[in-house]
Write a protein that binds this ligand. Structure first.
Ligand SMILES: [Zn+2]
Length: 96
């Protein structure tokens, strides 16, 4: 049984995938700050936007939509009352 990162949903198959190589941590190395703590939603969102834009060749706006949809499904961010959550059929602003 493999764990999943609570922040980004990435499967963590070995200790090396966990933050700081620590199996007790429920987030992955990609969601870890240099000091070993978990990145904030904002930090995670920005890195994910960059990643999606690059890997899928999308504009930053499209990549941001996808990243936000994905992140709101992850356990770490669920129930979060966020101004960043996409609201269907309504104009969203680019303010942060
Ligand atoms: Zn992660």
């Amino acid at each position: 049984m493999s764990a999943r990162c609570v922040a980004c949903g990435m499967p963590m198959e070995s200790a090396a995938d966990h933050a700081s190589g620590d199996l007790e941590k429920d987030y992955c190395i990609h969601c870890t700050r240099p000091d070993g703590s978990m990145q904030s939603y904002q930090e995670k969102l920005e890195s994910m936007v960059q990643f999606i834009a690059r890997s899928e060749g999308l504009t930053n706006d499209r990549a941001r939509e996808k990243a936000m949809k994905w992140l709101t499904r992850q356990p770490a961010w669920q129930g979060r009352t966020s101004p960043y959550n996409p609201v269907p059929h309504k104009k969203t602003t680019d303010r942060f």
